[in-house]
Design a binder for this molecule. Structure first.
Ligand code: VGL
Ligand code: ZN
Length: 370
């Protein structure tokens, strides 16, 4: 083979252009990638499967690093013999490939409420580049064009005596560890309340009071049929930035069980404020184990540096940041991101490990009883 052809191998290897239709069945898939027909998938054959799997709707193949590929391979090579046999592939097919190709997609618009757009916590007041109203058009366009399996809207929904309101400061005792005293405390300072529960709390202007205009969703935001409202921050003593849990992780919102009910695999998150409630929600979604996608152009935040930190944090935890124009192809399984495939593989490994640990616990308990 001439040297110049050799040099170009990575881009032109026949299996680089191999696109497999994952709507076919498991056996067809196994046979297609078992190139040497030895009845086993080795790491290289798994590599060509990855190249067929992780590509976008324009046929471009996403790069999967050798480390990531080896790590995913190890999740499915359960007996660690260096091959994915047919039995191991059955698991890989149903729990991984099928979910990557046919995800269950949930959309969550966080706190698109009047107070954050033009009311008391109006984010454009804090940053010249940020205007909360700008999220409405791209969110509405998404809801018009993309068929999600479930749609949720969260609402910051505080009682009048809420702990986060600066003008309620006199209602509670500060803890001795508070960085600022009652006398010194100003709006946006962080204090520590004695509790219970003892909490660090940033002091915000009164906002999103239950049943008030400021707590209503913006009038132009499209509310789709059969969507679900999730209320957070309802406990007067604890604030709640994440739509999953309050800031002390004492109580869950209804979102957790509702996502389980629909068997959600992927969650698309956007809204206000990017660096506060959107960021906290996305971080929790990843902790719970969801494939998590931030829709960047449908978010606005308070602090530009904090927004960048939020994005870096998401990416380092295997989340993905996209533009709303990319969402439709992802939802329909035509644009399949390796980061999300990797996240799912890690979750499968965690589940297996928990299962094994549980079995071991049972065995030791039995031994102890004997
Ligand atoms: C939020 C501050 C206070 C938010 C809620 O929705 O981002 N920010 N409460
Ligand atoms: Zn709030």
């Amino acid at each position: 083979m001439p040297a110049d052809v050799e040099a170009g191998t990575t881009a032109h290897r026949p299996d680089e252009s191999h696109s497999f239709d994952f709507e076919q069945d498991m056996d067809a898939c196994y046979t297609a990638f078992d190139k040497d027909e030895d009845g086993l998938l080795d790491i290289n054959e798994f590599g060509s499967l990855c190249r067929a799997l992780f590509r976008n709707d324009r046929g471009q193949v996403y790069t999967v690093s050798p480390e990531m590929q080896a790590d995913m391979f190890s999740v499915f090579d359960k007996n660690e013999d260096g091959f994915i046999d047919r039995e191991e592939f059955a698991y890989c097919w149903t729990r991984w490939i099928k979910r990557i190709v046919r995800p269950v997609n949930v959309f969550l618009a966080v706190d698109v409420q009047n107070d954050f757009i033009s009311g008391s916590l109006n984010i454009s007041r804090y940053s010249a580049q940020q205007n909360g109203e700008e999220v409405i058009e791209p969110i509405n366009a998404l809801l018009d064009t993309v068929q999600f399996d479930a749609v949720f809207y969260s609402l910051d929904w505080h009682p009048s005596d809420h702990v986060s309101f600066f003008d309620n400061l006199a209602q509670r005792k500060l803890h001795s560890s508070s960085p600022v005293s009652f006398e010194e405390a100003k709006m946006f300072d962080t204090v520590v309340f004695e509790g219970p529960p003892q909490i660090r709390q940033k002091l915000w202007p009164r906002h999103c009071v239950q049943e008030s205009w400021g707590a209503e969703l913006h009038k132009d935001l499209k509310v789709v049929e059969n969507s679900v409202m999730v209320y957070k921050g309802t406990n007067p003593e604890v604030d709640s930035y994440s739509v999953f849990w309050d800031n002390k992780k004492m109580t869950q919102t209804s979102l957790v069980s509702q996502l389980e009910q629909v068997n959600a695999t992927d969650i698309y998150i956007c809204g206000l404020a990017y660096d506060i409630c959107v960021g906290a929600t996305a971080a929790d979604a990843l902790v719970i184990g969801y494939r998590t996608i931030l829709v960047d152009d449908c978010c606005r935040g308070v602090d530009l540096e904090d927004i960048e930190r939020t994005k870096r944090n998401l990416v380092s935890n295997h989340g993905v940041i996209v533009n709303s124009s990319q969402v439709k192809a992802m939802v329909e399984g035509r644009d399949r991101r390796p980061e999300l495939g990797y996240k799912l593989a890690l979750e499968l490994r965690n589940k297996e490990k928990k299962h094994k640990d549980g079995q071991q616990m049972e065995e030791t308990e039995e031994e102890q009883q004997e």
